[in-house]
Design a protein around this ligand. Structure first.
Ligand code: F6P
Length: 565
């Protein structure tokens, strides 16, 4: 079948998850599983860990603490087969325009293609230009890191400032944080994203213009928040450096928009390019990763790419039932669509991964937060989960109460490294013990009998214990995945990020979504550009709903309380 005919077939509409024949069988199976406790599943099967765990390279996934049996996984895999996950996967890897609403290929895997194999978009092998940009980034980063690249007064660069938002911020920021132990000791990385002037001001106040290097990171080079911050940084710089010719030593860009970069005044020789087939939230592997290369060096960046490439190979070639991203995706569908779980928690037990939840929030929610199928029909099933989370240890003392005894099911991913980056082994053992304890407690819970025993009342409820015992009972049966990295190296991090990217892809296929557009962010942008001039208007504003108009007028009055507006 030609790819055009294949696309037409897909455009004609494929059913989403609820309409696949296997779904009825899954529903019946779910009805049986709804009352099964994981405690009993573990008791009945001592080999449950072996059955439901998987290693890929240095990454171990234990998914045995899920409300599943072998039958569950077989049915879920059948669901993936019926949704043609394998076919869509191949379409992505071969550069088909699976982002159908924007008519774009989705080929971030090419950015970390470390094989010598070509990868094509519109018949063109994109690998030469991918390699060329990586080469330019490496050369530039080496000049800065070695001190050869000097600021306008001849001093070496000490601070790198990425100005971007969304995918042009969260990815590089998360990776730079995760790889802190590998940073150049004399280069500090900063990230400005918020258009709240406090963010840019706070960072600029701590900088010396002679030694600061700004990377304006924006796929479109048109995002209002980024451009406002970039222009402000440029003005701040020029107020001190005085001559525009100095901008060239202190401003570079990562973008797809050569024209806008030149119009901003950045030398095109200092623009690091990427392409429309790289989605913003999948772009840390591209020129958007320049701050990462500056922080950790090109070699480490390549290790990050290699890790992702290893996961790409696993995802592309492993059978669905032994495929880590597919398994994570299917478990998510199981809880989301069958159990009605609304959210999914990301709980890193690694200090350096504390930005991972925010990063995955965008990756997942901007990709699968959609209620129209790829063929334009409103879906009648739930799609992307609410992704949230925080550093696990801190979370234990904040929101875990609700995970353990709240009324909702919240599946969670626990992510932990076996080897720490510090020599504080005792700290690490405590951290690791807590991670294990939490997953065990969530799974097992504590029965009424066990609780009474602990309360010292083996014979049953006395009047006093009876009153409070229920508060101390844990139902358990809360699902979790454990992901163990040997150590948080660039390679392991690359694998981890690519794992989640592909999980999101598989879920999008099962829900029949286009995971690679983001029309839902447009309306707010349009309204903001209408409202902005109204904030300056002379006459009171009336053209909105009563609430919005009143708030605009309140802001106008209160911003300048003495202006008599
Ligand atoms: O929030 C919408 C969005 O388009 C994201 O998808 C993207 O990562 C972000 O804005 C930034 O866009 P740009 O890189 O074009 O500035």
């Amino acid at each position: 079948m030609s790819s055009a005919i294949q696309m037409l077939r897909n455009e004609a509409g494929e059913p989403g998850v609820l309409h696949r024949p296997v779904y009825r069988v899954l529903q019946a199976h779910h009805a049986q599983m709804a009352t099964v406790h994981m405690r009993d599943l573990f008791a009945a099967d001592p080999a449950r860990f072996e059955r439901f765990s998987l290693r890929v390279g240095g990454l171990l996934l234990d998914y045995s603490k899920n409300r599943i049996t072998g039958d569950t996984m077989s049915l879920l895999v059948r669901l993936a087969e019926e949704a043609d996950v394998a076919g869509w996967r191949e379409r992505m890897f071969t550069g088909e325009k699976i982002n159908n609403t924007e008519n774009r290929a989705v080929l971030h895997v090419a950015l970390r293609n470390r094989s010598k194999q070509p990868m094509r978009v519109d018949g063109e092998d994109v690998m030469p230009k991918v390699s060329a940009v990586i080469g330019r980034m490496a050369t530039f980063a080496e000049q800065v890191r070695s001190g050869e690249w000097r600021g306008y007064t001849g001093k070496r660069i000490t601070d790198v400032v990425n100005i971007g938002i969304g995918g042009s911020d969260l990815g590089p920021q998360m990776v730079c944080q995760a790889l802190k132990p590998y940073h150049h000791p004399q280069l500090k990385a900063h990230f400005i994203s918020n258009v709240d002037g406090a963010h840019v001001q706070e960072i600029l106040e701590a900088l010396n213009p002679e030694t600061a290097l700004f990377i304006v990171s924006s796929k479109t080079f048109a995002t209002q928040e980024t451009m406002t911050n970039a222009h402000h940084a440029r003005e701040w710089f020029l107020a001190r450096a005085l001559a525009t010719r100095h901008v060239a030593r202190h401003f570079v860009a990562a973008s797809t928009n050569r024209h806008a970069v030149a119009a901003f005044g950045i030398d095109p020789a200092h623009m690091f390019e990427f392409w429309d087939w790289v989605g913003g939230r999948y772009s840390l592997w591209s020129a958007i990763g320049l701050s990462i290369v500056l922080a950790v060096g090109a070699e480490r960046f390549v290790e990050l790419l290699e890790g992702a490439h290893e996961m790409d190979g696993h995802f592309r070639h492993a059978p669905l039932e032994q495929n880590m991203p597919v398994i994570l995706a299917l478990l998510g569908v199981w809880y989301n669509n069958l159990f009605g779980a609304e959210s999914h928690a990301i709980l890193p037990y690694d200090h350096y991964l504390s930005s991972l939840p925010a990063y995955l929030q965008q990756a997942d929610m901007e990709s699968n937060g959609k209620s129209v199928s790829r063929d334009g029909k409103v879906v009648d099933y739930s799609t992307g989960a609410i992704v949230w989370g925080a550093s696990g240890i801190n979370g234990q003392h904040a929101f875990y109460q609700l995970l353990h005894q709240g009324s909702r099911m919240i599946p969670a991913d626990f992510i932990v490294s076996v080897e720490p980056h510090t020599e504080l082994q005792a700290h690490h053992d405590i951290l690791f013990a807590h991670f294990l304890a939490q997953t065990e407690a969530l799974m097992r819970g504590r029965t009424r009998g066990e609780t009474l025993l602990e309360m010292g009342s083996p014979e049953g409820d006395s009047a006093q214990t009876g009153q409070f015992v229920q508060h101390k009972v844990f139902d358990g049966n809360h699902p979790s995945n454990a992901l163990l990295l040997q150590k948080l190296t660039p390679h392991a991090l690359g694998m981890l990020i690519a794992l989640y990217e592909h999980k999101i892809f598989v879920q999008g296929v099962i829900w029949n979504l286009n995971s690679y557009d983001q029309w839902g962010v447009e309306l707010g942008k349009q309204l903001a550009s209408r409202i902005l001039p109204e904030l300056q208007a002379a006459a009171p504003v009336t053209g909105h709903d009563a609430s919005t108009s009143a708030l605009i007028n309140h802001y106008r009055r209160m911003r300048q309380p003495h202006a008599g507006l």
